[in-house]
Design a protein around this ligand. Sequence first.
Ligand code: NCD
Length: 309
Amino acid sequence: MGDLVTMDDLSDDEITQILDEAERLVPVAEGRVSLPLLEGKVLANMFFENSTRTRMSFETAMKRLGGEVLNFSSVGTSVSKGETLYDTMQMIDGYADVAAIRHPKQGAAQYSADSVNIPILNAGDGSGNHPTQTMLDLFTIRQAQDKIENLRVILVGDLRYGRTVHSLSHALTRFGSSLVLVSPPSLRMPSEIVTDLRNSGCEILETENFKEQLVSADVIYMTRIQKERFPDDDEYSKVAGIYKLTSSDLTNVKENLIVMHPLPRVDEIDSSVDKTKHSRYFQQAFNGVPTRMALLCRSLGVSVPKKVK
Ligand code: NCD
């Protein structure tokens, strides 16, 4: 109850409800309105892997709602003395009311959720899933397109190891979007995911080039090649820098096409795109705050008021 490990933990109605709540919470996320809904509650931020946006936006979300945050990182804790994930999570069960966990191993979030009583929010498990990112991605798409249904979305880059696109493609399929999956052959979306999406009725095109796809797209979602997940450096250097979106690619696109990226970017999006009306990645990063606020409230069983002011 209250866990969010994959997007399967949320029904379509819940997704819509959380997006509505996140929208109402924007003034609180911006610090313009005070709403201490989570006063007295403690979030444990359990990051066994690097993070900037996910960890900090969880922390901001909790603090803006009047809650407290325990920040764990695998450096400077007993993990370096050999403590297991199971034992570490037992401590957190006693110290906090909810935990966000990021871990290099796929399945670690589910394992944690099975090991403790407090709700667990998966903040990225290896190449597995990243559902809180997907919720803020959907929030960003809805903000720009006024809907999350029946869009044409291009996903570009490391579709093999990228957990953001694994969770996002699943959610977009549920809302009737068609997907263009763009990657080099070695980084294609895992075939079991593609089969799953197709069986759920998603129209999918797999290709190696994104430029000719741009004209009909509503969203282009660029991703970083996940260097840290490659078994060897040579394999990485063959595909590093393979895709780059520049402002000149955006001359013949739909008026309201948006360019998204979970960040960090390496060289997938040229800085010339930043100034165009299509860029949304910095807004997307901010959207992590209201979205994670709504997700924290859901996990803790706290309802978001119908009117926030
Ligand atoms: C992503 C992640 O950690 O999976 N970043 C994020 O959460 N915003 C993407 C990435 O690291 O490339």
